[in-house]
Design a protein around this ligand. Structure first.
Ligand code: IMP
Length: 192
């Protein structure tokens, strides 16, 4: 705790978009929905996309556990080629799945869907590996995602088209540890 009672990062945040409490409640709600939809399967394979989804993956998996739904966990790391704004949707795999997912009921766990290009590539990739089913749970969705028509079955929050940090999301690899999601003060970009 700092001198004013806040943590260092609170001073860098312009405003909070989704609070810690809202994330907790929404995660429970999403897990309840997913658990109810997957009562017929023995186990669900959660595929988290590093690094942004790591916080949500950890909390979502535990929420699924509390709902009595067993899960397995896998992680992938991908990077888009070129500038995000002109991204062709071509994705390079930095870390692949550790095992075969054929016949598995896969749920991709995403922090945020923005252009949706990464996700639409990932869905095709997972389907080509002959998963029994592939769905997506995303904590956050920006307005552009709706244009690309990526089938995100479970969405936590629709947020404005602003750059956000926290709860896994970074700016220059910082702010991932924030327990909430917020917008940075412009002074932070000015000093970067
Ligand atoms: P998409 O392919 O445009 O949907 O990009 C998705 C990825 O971009 C996410 O998984 C994040 O890692 C990153 N991203 C998108 N919007 C933000 C943001 O506001 N803050 C931090 N990272 C973001």
């Amino acid at each position: 705790m700092g001198e004013t009672g806040g943590v260092w990062y609170d001073a860098d945040i312009e405003h909070v978009i989704v609070s810690e409490e809202q994330i907790r409640e929404k995660t429970e709600e999403l897990a309840r929905k997913v658990a109810a939809d997957y009562t017929h399967v023995e186990s669900v394979l959660l595929v988290g996309v590093l690094k942004g989804a790591v916080m949500f993956m950890a909390d979502f998996a535990r929420a699924m556990g509390r709902e009595g739904r067993p899960v397995e966990m896998e992680f992938m790391a991908v990077s888009s080629y070129g500038q995000r704004a002109t991204s062709s949707g071509v994705v390079r795999i930095l870390k692949d799945l550790d095992r075969d997912i054929a016949g598995k009921h896969v749920i991709v766990v995403e922090d945020i869907v923005d252009s949706g290009l990464t996700l639409s590539w990932l869905l095709k990739y997972l389907e080509s590996r002959t998963a029994a089913s592939v769905e997506v749970v995303a904590l956050l969705r920006k307005p552009d995602a709706i244009k690309v028509q990526v089938p995100v079955k479970y969405v936590g929050f629709d947020i404005p088209s602003e750059f956000v940090v926290g709860y896994g999301l970074d700016f220059a690899e910082r702010y991932r540890e924030l327990p909430y999601v917020g917008v940075l003060k412009s002074a932070v970009y000015a000093r970067a």
